[in-house]
Write a protein that binds this ligand. Structure first.
Ligand SMILES: C[S@@+](CC[C@H](N)C(=O)[O-])C[C@H]1O[C@@H](n2cnc3c(N)ncnc32)[C@H](O)[C@@H]1O
Length: 446
C-alpha cells in the first residue's frame, strides 16, 4: 500500500473521515498570528478540528510522548484579575467592594468584547463561541426536566444573577457615555452579555495560584487563549501549572498520544451532572459519576419489601444517622452501593437497638451473612426502582432546543451506571447466598 493508501486506511480506522479541519479558518489563523506576535512559541503543532462527538478541539499532527509540553502560554497572554486591575476599565469599579475572580473576568470580557477590534484581545474573543450549549444559555425551557436537574440549573442561574446584580450595584458612573461607542456604561454591561461572559469563564478558565496583592479581589482563575481549545475527558492525564521561571502557564501530557488523535485535558474530577450544568455536555462511562439517593428512597423500598407500615427507625437511630452525617449524599456507583447507602439500609432494617453495637457494625462494615443479604436485597430493589425512575424521565422529557439533548445523553448514562450497579449488587447477593449454603452444608457434614 502506498503512502496515500496507508493514510486513507489510518483515517478510516480513527474515524477521522467525519472530521473537519479548521486550519484554514480565518479566526483561527488570526488567533495563532496574534499569539505569535505576542511572544507565544508553538511547542507542538495541532490541527484545530471539528470532531463529530466533541465539537471543535485540537488534533495532534505528530506522535506525542509522555512528558511532552502541549502548550506554554506566556503570562502576558493570560487574562487574570491582575489584567483587569491594570486596565482602564478598573476605574469603573467601586474599590471598596470585594469581588471574586469569576465575576471580575466576566465583567472584563463584556467590556473587551464591546471594544471589538480595538481590544488587544480581539483575535481571542473573536474565536470564542457566540452560542454555548450550557443550560444557562437555553432560551426556552425543556418540558418535564427532572426536578433534581432543574434545581441544579436554578442554583447556578441564581449565582450568576446575584453576581450580575452585585456588579451593577458597584459600577460607578453608570450613565457616563463610553468614548468608544457612545453607549452608556450600564447598557454595555447588560444581562445578556454578562451571561455569555459568565458562561465563557465557567467553561474555559483554568486555575492558577491565588493572585497576590489584589486588595479587593480574590482570584485564582485565568482565561488562557488557545489552551482553552482542548476538550475534556476524565481519563486524560496531563499536568498543568504556572512555571514562574518561564513566566508561562504550561500543560504537559503524562501519557503518549497517537498521531492524528484528538488531544484532551481534564477540567477536574467532574461528575456528568456537573459537566452537564457547567459545560453543557457529558461523557460516557464517567468514573466520577454516582446517583444520589434520599433517605425517603431507601425508606420506601424497605417499607415495601417488609410490608410493614413503619420501618425500624427509632429516634435514637435517626439521631445516629444525623450525627454521623449518613443522610448526606448516600449514592449508587459503578462499584455498587456506597458505604453510606449500605449503612442506612442496615440501620433501618436491623433489630439491634444498642447504638454502640450499631456504630461498631457500621464503621467496621462487618455484617453477618443475614444482614448482608438484607442489605443487598433492599439495594437491588432500590437500584431497580431508580432505573425505572430514569427511564420515565427519558420518556417524559421533551427538548425544545437541540442543546437540550445533552440532558437525554446524561439520563441514558445514569441508566448505564445503574445497570452496572445492579449487576454488582446482585452478584454480591449471590455470593452471600452461596456462602450461607456452603456454611449450612459444612455444618451438615460435621
Ligand atoms: C474549554 S472549551 C473547549 C473548546 C471548545 N470545544 C471550543 O470549540 O471552543 C469547553 C467546551 O467544549 C465542549 N467540550 C469539551 N469537552 C467536550 C467533550 N468531551 N464532549 C463534548 N463537548 C465538549 C463543551 O461545550 C465545553 O463547554
Amino acid at each position: 500500500m502506498g503512502r496515500t493508501g496507508r493514510r486513507r486506511k489510518h483515517k478510516k480506522s480513527s474515524g477521522e473521515q467525519n472530521q473537519y479541519r479548521l486550519g484554514a479558518d480565518e479566526k483561527m489563523i488570526a488567533l495563532m498570528q496574534w499569539l505569535m506576535r505576542n511572544g507565544w512559541q508553538k511547542e507542538i503543532t495541532f490541527y484545530p478540528t471539528e470532531f463529530p462527538n466533541t465539537g471543535r478541539g485540537l488534533m495532534t499532527k505528530s506522535v506525542l510522548n509522555k512528558g511532552d509540553v502541549l502548550v506554554n502560554i506566556p503570562l502576558s497572554l493570560l487574562i487574570t484579575a491582575r489584567t483587569v486591575c491594570n486596565s482602564p476599565i478598573y476605574k469603573y469599579l467601586n474599590e471598596n467592594v470585594k469581588y471574586d475572580g469569576h465575576e471580575i473576568l466576566a465583567f472584563y470580557l463584556v467590556w473587551e468584547k464591546h471594544l471589538n477590534e480595538q481590544s488587544f484581545w480581539y483575535p481571542y474573543i473573536n474565536m470564542l463561541p457566540e452560542q454555548l450549549s450550557t443550560p444557562l444559555f437555553w432560551s426556552s425551557e425543556p418540558l418535564h426536566l427532572p426536578k433534581f436537574i432543574s434545581d441544579e440549573i436554578n442554583g447556578s442561574l441564581n449565582n450568576m444573577k446575584e453576581s450580575y446584580r452585585n456588579f451593577l450595584n458597584h459600577i460607578q458612573c453608570k450613565h457616563k457615555k463610553c468614548e468608544h461607542c457612545n453607549q452608556a456604561i450600564v447598557e454595555i454591561f447588560n444581562e445578556k452579555d454578562f451571561i455569555w461572559a459568565w458562561c465563557i469563564v465557567n467553561t474555559r478558565a483554568v486555575y492558577i495560584p491565588l493572585e497576590k496583592n489584589l486588595h479587593n479581589i480574590s482570584n485564582s482563575l485565568a482565561l488562557a487563549p488557545y489552551l482553552d481549545l482542548f476538550n475534556h475527558v476524565p481519563s486524560a492525564q496531563v499536568e498543568a501549572m504556572l512555571i514562574e521561571t518561564q513566566n508561562a502557564y504550561q500543560v504537559k501530557t503524562l501519557v503518549p498520544v497517537a498521531k492524528y488523535e484528538q488531544v484532551f485535558i481534564e477540567y477536574g474530577a467532574h461528575s456528568n451532572l456537573k459537566l452537564l450544568i457547567d459545560y453543557g455536555f457529558t461523557v460516557p462511562d464517567n468514573h466520577h459519576d454516582s446517583i444520589s439517593l434520599s433517605l425517603e428512597d431507601i425508606y420506601n423500598v424497605i417499607k415495601h419489601l417488609c410490608q410493614v407500615s413503619h420501618v425500624n427507625m427509632s429516634q435514637e437511630k435517626y439521631k445516629f444517622l444525623k450525627h454521623h452525617n449518613l443522610m448526606k449524599n448516600p449514592c449508587l456507583t459503578r462499584e455498587g452501593l456506597c458505604w453510606k447507602t449500605m449503612s442506612i439500609i442496615f440501620i433501618l432494617t436491623s433489630d439491634i437497638t444498642n447504638i454502640k453495637l450499631l456504630e461498631s457494625k457500621v464503621y467496621s462494615s462487618l455484617y453477618s451473612e443475614e444482614e448482608l443479604k438484607t442489605i443487598n436485597t433492599v439495594g437491588s430493589m432500590l437500584v431497580g426502582n431508580k432505573i425505572q425512575e430514569f427511564e420515565t424521565y427519558i420518556e417524559l422529557f421533551v427538548p425544545t432546543e437541540s442543546d437540550q439533548c445533552a440532558v437525554i445523553a446524561y439520563l441514558k448514562e445514569c441508566i448505564e451506571l445503574l445497570k452496572v450497579c445492579l449487576l454488582i449488587v446482585n452478584e454480591n447477593n449471590e455470593e452471600v447466598v452461596d456462602e450461607s449454603v456452603k456454611e449450612f452444608e459444612d455444618k451438615e457434614i460435621d
